[in-house]
Design a binder for this molecule. Structure first.
Ligand code: CP
Ligand code: NVA
Length: 309
């Protein structure tokens, strides 16, 4: 059984196979409308249970469409409506019930330990739909978007990140190892990625650079990523943190240091880390980025449910 919790734990070849499948499926359904099923209906009769402990728009909708287009169905749970935690039911019992009714479990959680416990007790695959330490479905889909736009393997591109060392960046660092691309990170000194993550990555990919200067971080970039300074699971003084990032914003002026055709990506929702004229510029491909989550998550579901061809 294949789980999808952290990119670092998934073999590079599997990730590449998922992207190849997503590309084929996307091309094949170019003339179909939103709820029309893929011809082969590979997940006919299958149920994806989604559970959200935190807000979500894109992850929720894209998984809904993904399983539907594959011929299956989904139900969405909010953790505060279950017995888990408050009603005296153990996580193990909840996991057994989820496995009895469902074929796959997508969890957005405020605890990585909880995702690991579910993995231990489930007999169906678990997909991490965002945890404090990673956002793997988002980043794998972003690799797809980059390769689709640039029409070349991401290993041939210079990728930059301006912003916090959060879950999305952790997954991007893991992706830089799996897909061997150059990653330049721009963030304030005290918000650099954790040593344990950089040490792991640096052993495998010699192309990860950290700068405390945005211009250096985006020099010659093909793609610039950014994300909110305050993440869903952040327990910090928000005002202070936002102030710490006041010189780490993506502006038109900053884009001048990147390649002329540089693409701007942002997983959304956004804050003040990107200027509106960049977000709405022709360099910005954020809407395509959001849409592609449907296509890539379909192939992630197929991978987890043992149906990836
Ligand atoms: N990018 C992303 O995961 O968005 P949601 O929080 O809306 O799901
Ligand atoms: N880093 C952000 C991503 C939101 C999709 C967060 O965790 O809130």
């Amino acid at each position: 059984m294949k789980h999808f919790i952290h990119l670092k734990d998934i073999p590079a070849n599997d990730l590449k196979k998922i992207l190849a499948d997503a590309k084929k499926r996307k091309q094949k359904r170019s003339k179909l409308s939103t709820l029309q099923l893929d011809k082969d209906c590979p997940l006919k009769g299958k149920l994806l249970i989604q559970m959200f402990e935190k807000s979500s728009l894109r992850t929720r909708l894209s998984f809904y469409l993904a399983i539907k287009q594959l011929g299956g169905g989904t139900i969405t749970l909010r953790s505060n409506e279950l017995h888990l935690g408050e009603g005296g039911e153990s996580l193990e019992d909840t996991a057994k019930i989820l496995s009895t009714y469902g074929d796959g479990f997508m969890l957005r959680t405020d605890s990585d330990e909880k995702a690991d416990s579910f993995k231990k007790y489930l007999s169906i695959p678990i997909i991490n739909g965002l945890s404090p330490s990673s956002h793997p479905t988002q980043v794998l889909s972003d690799i797809f978007t980059v390769q689709e736009i640039k029409k070349k393997p991401i290993s041939k591109l210079n990728i930059s990140w301006i912003g916090d060392s959060n879950n999305v960046l952790n997954s991007l660092i893991a992706a830089s190892v799996k897909f061997s691309f150059k990653l330049s990170i721009g963030c304030p000194k005290r918000y650099e990625p954790k040593k344990i993550i950089l040490n792991w990555a640096n052993k495998k990919n010699k192309k990860i650079y950290v700068f405390n200067d945005t211009k250096k971080a985006v020099e010659n970039a093909d793609v610039i990523f950014s994300d909110k300074v305050i993440s869903l699971n952040d327990r910090v003084n928000k005002k202070n943190k936002i102030n710490d990032f006041k010189n780490f914003k993506v502006s038109k002026k900053l884009l001048n240091y990147a390649k002329k055709d540089c693409t701007f990506l942002h997983c959304l929702p956004r804050g003040s880390e990107v200027d509106d004229d960049v977000f709405r510029s022709k360099n910005s491909k954020v809407w395509l980025q959001a849409l592609n989550r449907v296509h890539v998550q379909k192939s992630i579901l197929l991978y987890c449910l043992g149906k990836l061809r």
